[in-house]
Design a binder for this molecule. Structure first.
Ligand code: CLR
Length: 421
């Protein structure tokens, strides 16, 4: 029955919440939800999920450019999915409603140097409130790795589930010029009726770069495999690029370098290089090579990624830092801004939580009014907004991405002193 997992006193408000989402499309973040479903964490902290297994992220830089590096990117990407999409269920019992960031909200954090991998830093800024958009940059200067991206959501409601289309994309740059475009899957939030929401991934997403393209198709319970959190990744050399596949004659399997994308040298051998690689499994557990004839030999039947507890890919939480010179957190830093609200939610003091949440929201409304009256706009601190993204356009063409271009938030390079290496 409705709200099986909902505290008895909140069942009524859970049903009204469900009714309001059913008759609603767009920005879910503004809807009032009952206390039991509130998370004390703001969406500005979510970009940390991209790097909670820093060893896998750093391994990308050590892989040889071409097929080997593309596969390292795919392995890292797949290994982030468990943290991105199931960690709230594991830590808080179900998916929850995150705090809705205010314009200008910040999150600074890092993963420390270990075994010579160097320090990895995370900088996040809420660059739009309406609709909510979060921009981020994750960088490891020692390894020459930089992940830049932004995120938004378009939500609709369909037969009892929330459907979330992710807006935005990420671009990973290795060594300054080797670039990978990463697109994002669609989400379906199920289990709403019972009050225990969880995410299933749907449709497909891509990784394009290093002379290869990966298409990752997602399915869940009741789909072709019948199992939750299932995927199939197909890796193929980009047309006319050889892609460093071992089936090429050695002289032509140069595996990348400068001019990789404009080179037509390998065009005639593309039929030889068209051998696809296929990996299948569950993204929150493990996957296996199904067609694995790679430049490193035949891997068919062996493991590809593994995020089960105790596996090699260790999970490490980011360490938050204050961005002010002295290291204390500024007013807009997420853990300071939401401190009282988060404490209230964690301790079950929802009155204090909702009071401070209203204070923050009212202050924001007043700020926007003042700006409008003064004819000014809130200035972004770390990013510059652009209407198009040339890297997205160039790489997206290979899989005819829709839309053909997207906005871009370019990082200004202005790290706070506390985050600089
Ligand atoms: C944000 C970007 C991250 C991946 C990610 C994971 C969970 C998503 C979140 C994104 C966006 C907001 C989200 C959330 C799950 C639930 C929440 C869709 C895509 C919505 C707004 C809350 C719905 C409310 C019910 C849980 C009651 O990289």
């Amino acid at each position: 029955t409705v709200g099986d997992a909902v505290p008895a006193s909140q069942r009524g408000s859970w049903s009204s919440f469900l009714k309001s989402i059913a008759s609603f499309s767009g920005d879910l973040s503004s809807l009032t939800a009952p206390p039991f479903i509130l998370s004390p964490v703001s969406l500005t902290e979510f970009p940390a999920y991209w790097c909670e297994r820093p060893d896998l992220f750093c391994a990308i830089a050590d892989a040889k450019e071409g097929e080997e590096r593309h596969l390292a990117v795919l392995q890292w990407f797949l290994s982030t999915l468990k943290d991105q999409y199931t960690s709230r269920n594991e830590e808080m019992g179900s998916e929850k409603k995150p705090l809705n960031p205010v314009l200008g909200e910040l999150f600074y954090a890092y993963w420390p140097d270990k075994n010579g991998r160097g320090k990895t830093t995370l900088l996040v800024e809420q660059v739009s409130h309406h609709p909510p958009i979060t921009a981020y940059v994750i960088e490891n200067k020692t390894k020459g790795l930089k992940l830049e991206g932004h995120n938004g959501q378009k939500t609709t409601f369909s037969s009892g589930s929330i459907i979330v289309k992710q807006i935005g994309h990420a671009i990973l740059t290795v060594g300054g010029s080797d670039q990978y475009l990463i697109t994002l899957p669609r989400l379906r939030i199920d289990g709403l009726w019972y009050g225990s929401p969880y995410i299933e991934l749907a449709d497909s997403s891509h990784i394009i770069g290093g002379g290869h393209t990966s298409t990752i198709e997602y399915s869940g319970k009741g789909y072709f495999s019948g199992k939750s959190h299932t995927f199939k990744a197909t890796v193929a050399p980009l047309p006319g690029m050889g892609g460093g596949n071992q089936l090429l004659p050695p002289a032509q399997s140069s595996g990348g370098g400068k001019g990789w994308f404009s080179s037509s040298k390998n065009a005639s051998s593309s039929s030889l290089a068209s051998a696809e690689l296929v990996i299948e499994g569950t993204w929150h557990e493990t996957s296996t090579w199904v067609k694995g004839v790679t430049s490193k030999g035949t891997l068919t039947g062996t493991k590809f990624h593994d995020v089960t507890p105790g596996s090699g890919a260790k999970k490490e939480d980011a360490i938050p830092v204050g961005g002010e010179e002295a290291g204390a957190m500024g007013e807009y830093e997420t853990r300071k801004l939401w401190g009282v609200v988060a404490k209230g939610i964690k301790e079950g003091d929802f009155e204090t939580a909702s009071k401070d949440k209203s204070r923050i929201e009212n202050e924001q409304r007043q700020k926007r009014k003042d700006e409008q009256a003064a004819g000014t706009e809130w200035p972004l601190k770390h990013f510059k907004h652009e209407d198009s993204d040339p890297v997205y356009e160039r790489l997206g063409k290979f899989v005819k991405l829709q839309p053909p271009t997207e906005d871009k938030y370019t990082f200004l390079g202005n790290y706070p002193a506390t985050l600089a290496a």
